[in-house]
Design a protein around this ligand. Structure first.
Ligand code: MN
Length: 310
């Protein structure tokens, strides 16, 4: 992977300092230096152009983009819109007919119900089977359709799922353990597990919820981190392993919500709307606050609104 962009004089100075000890002996023509940053080769040219090369080039490039953004808030690294559109189409082709492990999560925007993260493995040979089931437009599938096809999917598609109950979520959540960090830890767990099984993969794809360097930052200190992830937005539209992961997560989420609804004897709505607040109020009235704390994400704004209703 090669990523190149231009930086300002200020960032140039910072870079020169930063890479002082990591410089290679030889400097290419017109370059100020060439240096090694773990797996990435970094070359800074006199013109201000900087080039990152290697398997984790995007991580190093992202870091320096942030530095440049700080000294030069108007800096633009994104390709022009037309090119971006082309890239989306290209991605859709590039990541579709491949063997891949993909992961996706559900429940992070829902006041009630657990967070569910799944990684699924789809081998090229299973693509047509999934197309026949109608997995391709996973976003558009209704819950009923999901309840119908997921049992078929999991007969053939290997997967791993983690469920974080809201009791666990409420015990875990803090300033330093925010929602995205919780997600990163969960994605990493299912990916470490699925990638250790020896399946052949062209890609390991995560539906992007944080920039890659932030994702890996969240995982600092964790002994076992899977590092060869391709992050992309709208990944469930581009790759069937992510689509399956998304559907399986939704299936399990729906089932868990049914169980929770039965346990309190009322229908618990998805999402975080006013409807949710009214049901939350009912839960407190009937069972007390302790129950709500078991089945809801307590740090959501809904909690304050619910208390205001009582
Ligand atoms: Mn997602």
């Amino acid at each position: 992977m090669t990523i190149a962009f231009k930086i300002s004089e200020k960032t140039k100075e910072k870079m020169i300092k930063f890479f002082e000890d990591k410089r290679r002996e030889k400097t290419p023509a017109y370059a100020l230096f060439q240096a090694d940053s773990e797996d990435t080769v970094v070359t800074l040219y006199e013109s201000g152009k900087v080039v990152f090369q290697g398997i984790s080039a995007d991580i190093d490039a992202d870091m320096w983009k942030q530095v440049e953004k700080k000294v030069n808030p108007s800096a633009i690294f994104d390709e022009p819109k037309e090119k971006k559109k082309d890239k989306e189409t290209l991605d859709t082709k590039k990541f579709y007919r491949v063997s891949a492990i993909g992961s996706d999560e559900v429940g992070t925007g829902d006041y009630f119900g657990p967070i569910v993260v799944t990684a699924a493995y789809v081998a090229k040979e299973n693509i047509s089977f999934l197309e026949e089931l109608g997995v391709k437009d996973s976003k558009k599938l209704t819950d009923d359709k999901i309840l119908e096809i997921v049992p078929e999917i999991i007969k053939k598609i290997p997967y791993d799922t983690i469920i974080l109950t809201n009791k666990e979520y409420n015990d875990t959540y803090s300033e330093s353990m925010n929602m995205n960090k919780i997600k990163a830890v969960m994605h990493n767990k299912v990916l470490v597990n699925m990638t250790s099984k020896g399946y052949y993969t062209d890609y390991v794809i995560v539906d992007e919820f944080a920039k890659s360097f932030i994702y890996y930052n969240y995982l600092k200190g964790i002994p076992n981190v899977y590092r060869h992830i391709t992050f992309m937005t709208k990944a469930e539209d581009k790759n069937l392993a992510v689509a399956c992961a998304s559907l399986i997560s939704r299936f399990i989420f729906v089932k868990e919500m049914d169980k929770l609804s039965t346990s309190v004897g009322m229908h618990l709505p998805k999402g975080a709307s006013d409807k949710v607040d009214l049901v939350g109020k009912e839960v407190i009235t009937k069972f007390g606050e302790g129950k709500l704390k078991e089945i809801a994400k307590y740090n959501f704004k809904n909690t304050g609104k619910i208390k205001g209703l009582i």
